[in-house]
Design a protein around this ligand. Structure first.
Ligand code: GLA
Length: 421
């Protein structure tokens, strides 16, 4: 999807050659308050006056629960420290003016006449939120605003740069127009912006994680009603870390494959005569599968049903608040998730499988792809003092395969969308 991005400005790119591939760089997100100041300064430079405020929303990794959100499933994502910033001010007009620090496109449009056809590219992810919130805006009120976007979430890395953009916009629009929306209503507006305005038919995992996550916690998300519960996920205090590898694999035909998987899962629910695959009973898996004639659809169903069950089991293991205590079982669930996405759902590519295999061989407790697949990122649950060694092993494996050098981040469970200044 087409959100703007910069690789984090403070982070050196990990573009080692094969010869020095073993010095992988673990990049960090730029400091949040410095980044907010930068967004405000960029706003002032562009528009010639100071913004009313700066709002931001994070990217996410999904720890487990992949390709199940659109089947009413369970997910366990967390917000990461890379954020998208929106410096914004209300104007006494009806013009929506939009710029980005990462892209030269400028949008200047009558905000009363927004239509999905009228806006394309990354501005659609912002304009779409204003459009989705339109019915909350009282008739007599102007809806004009100036916005400067400054995105840090790596683009195309499967870390939800689009959701971060939508959700930062939702926070800014809520504050500027005082609409009285709840966080969940902003999640829904961001989902509508993505599916109905930008035209990417995704399932809501990303926007929920970006708005509703809390620092130090993962987010238990039930996609049946988008209810959530924070789950303690403080790896650092337990000597553990979650290593993100952005494989930088080019993904082609992503949207088409995503839509095809959604359609397969709908066919599976239909074959089982169930509203969604969430309604299947994992304890009767074989019985369910036996009813599905099409071999491919049967495998898709097996992924979705077993993945929802894995999330339930992962969450149950975390009920006592410790990760360390259950790290072996948690790692096994991560591994099983990846293997199912590779073999049954068929959404991995060579780079994802190589990163996961290398992480496991280097001692990770568990590793899997995260996000939609067909490129993007993997995560590995590792001992904190082995994160560098695991990153080195992945970088070496990539060099041996002749792949573009990957980038590495630590997934630090961060706060969801909010106001910065
Ligand atoms: C993408 C979509 C999400 C979800 C994941 C797979 O990130 O945007 O809604 O379907 O893929 O879990």
């Amino acid at each position: 999807m087409t959100a703007p991005v910069s690789a984090s400005p403070a982070a050196p790119a990990a573009d080692q050659s094969a010869a020095d591939a073993t010095v992988a760089v673990l990049s960090a997100a730029p400091d949040r308050s410095e980044a907010a100041d930068r967004a405000a300064a960029l706003f002032e430079e562009a528009y010639g006056y100071q913004p009313d405020g700066v709002w931001s929303a994070p990217g996410r990794v999904n720890i487990i629960g992949e390709h199940v959100d659109y089947q009413d499933g369970l997910c366990l994502p967390m917000a990461i420290s890379h954020r998208c910033f929106a410096a914004a001010a209300r104007t006494p007009t009806d013009r929506l003016r939009l710029r980005s620090a990462q892209d030269a496109t400028i949008l200047d449009i009558d905000a009363r006449e927004l239509t999905p056809e009228a806006v394309t590219g990354w501005p659609a992810y912002v304009a779409g939120v204003l459009w989705a919130l339109g019915k909350r805006i009282s008739g007599g009120s102007t809806r004009g605003m100036d916005i400067m976007i400054d995105g840090q979430v790596p683009l195309g890395a499967g870390l939800s740069s689009s959701a971060a953009l939508e959700c930062a916009a939702a926070e800014a629009i809520e504050a500027l127009l005082t609409l009285g929306t709840t966080p969940l209503e902003r999640v829904r507006a961001a989902i509508t912006a993505e599916t109905d305005f930008a035209g990417a038919s995704t399932g809501g995992l990303d926007q929920s994680a970006s708005v509703l996550s809390h620092e130090g916690h993962a987010l238990y998300l039930d996609c049946r009603d988008f209810s959530t519960r924070p789950v303690p996920w403080d790896l650092a205090s337990q000597g553990l870390a979650l290593l993100i590898t952005d494989t930088r694999a080019e993904h082609s035909h992503v949207d088409g494959e995503y839509t095809a998987r959604r359609a397969d899962s709908e066919r599976a629910a239909e074959a089982l005569d169930l509203p969604t695959l969430r309604d299947a009973d994992p304890a009767r898996l074989e019985e369910h599968l036996a009813v599905i004639e099409d071999e491919v659809v049967r495998r898709r169903a097996r992924h979705v049903i077993t993945e929802i069950d894995r999330v339930a089991r992962f969450d149950a293991l975390l009920a006592d608040g410790t990760v360390r205590e259950h790290v072996t079982e948690l790692g096994a669930l991560l591994n099983a998730s990846h293997d199912s996405l590779r073999d049954d759902y068929e959404v991995t590519v060579a780079q994802l499988d190589v990163a996961v295999d290398a992480a496991r061989a280097a001692g990770a407790h568990g590793a899997r792809m995260t996000g939609g697949g067909f490129g993007g990122s993997t995560i590995a649950l590792v001992e904190a003092d082995q994160a560098q060694a695991v990153a080195d092993a992945i970088a070496t494996a990539f060099a041996e395969h002749g792949f573009t050098a990957p980038e590495f981040f630590l997934a630090l469970p961060s706060e969801g969308a909010g106001q910065d200044r």
